[in-house]
Design a protein around this ligand. Structure first.
Ligand code: ADP
Ligand code: MG
Length: 245
């Protein structure tokens, strides 16, 4: 059985079908990539799977066989599903350590005890925000450091599955390389990863399976090499079909 099963989910904003009948399955332990042009419904798909901030209009989402659609984001997080956001989100007026501690105590599974503090510190060290950074204000971090902090906060929750929304956007090339390494190391901790990225090359090196969305629907799905060879994917990205050979 797949760890995450998404069946025919949909979400409309007025007459706009942002996600229009999308199905996919993520196996435990894999990195599953989701690509697609801007506006194709990737972030909305994460919203409706995680319940943050809203669930689907229709369709089913199962986490380890348990139906979770329609539950609150908080309840879903408690079951072991965590996410990050496309824009860096942190509590800017709190310190780096306090932000990670919120992850470690999220959902009330652990109170702000020595154990939670240990988890927060470990997650921060893990992403490269070591002890000298603990007392810095989140609002004073660079874009890259803020992305690392968002990952540390998610890792501190000890999720079974982590959904990452464009973790490499607005980063420099060396920072993108560092992010790829970090995502690999998160996966190596046994955390299943679903990764949104509109730059296909980023997903190619990381994911075992890849799904491409367009206009809220699944355009292609499969092994990365097969997917990028698909003429519909080429067309969606480049706007033209390759001339027939
Ligand atoms: P992607 O993440 O692939 O760039 P999104 O899921 O953010 O795409 O958006 C898909 C479509 O839904 C876009 O046309 C976007 O403008 C629209 N959309 C997303 N969120 C909302 C919202 N809260 N209210 C209205 N329209 C939205
Ligand atoms: Mg998006």
């Amino acid at each position: 059985m797949a760890l995450l099963e998404v069946q025919e989910v949909a979400k409309a904003f007025g007459s706009l079908k942002a996600v229009d009948g999308v199905s996919f399955e993520v196996e435990a332990g894999e990195i599953f990539g989701i690509a697609g042009p801007n506006g194709s419904g990737k972030s909305t798909l994460f919203n409706i799977v995680t319940g943050i901030p809203f669930g689907p209009d229709r369709g089913r989402v199962r986490l380890d066989g348990v139906e979770i659609q329609g539950r609150s984001g908080n309840a879903i997080a408690k079951l072991g599903l965590a996410r990050t956001f496309q824009r860096e989100t942190s509590f800017d007026g709190l310190t780096v350590f306090e932000n990670a501690l919120i992850g470690a105590t999220y959902g009330g599974s652990v109170r702000a005890t020595a154990l939670a503090e240990e988890r927060a510190a470990e997650a921060l060290e893990f992403v490269g925000l070591g002890a000298p950074s603990f007392g810095r204000l989140a609002g004073e971090l660079s874009v890259f450091e803020r992305k690392c902090l968002m990952l540390a906060t998610a890792v501190a929750m000890q999720p079974r599955i982590l959904l990452l929304d464009e973790p490499a956007s607005s980063l420099t090339k060396p920072e993108i390389e560092a992010s790829i390494g970090l995502i690999r190391r998160i996966a190596a901790r046994g955390i299943t990863i679903v990764l949104i990225e509109h730059v296909l090359t980023f997903l190619m090196s990381l994911s075992q399976h890849l799904m491409v969305l367009n206009n809220g629907q699944v355009l292609a799905r499969g092994r990365p090499a097969e997917v990028i060879a698909d003429s519909r994917v080429v067309e969606a990205y480049l706007g033209t079909r390759r001339p027939a050979a």
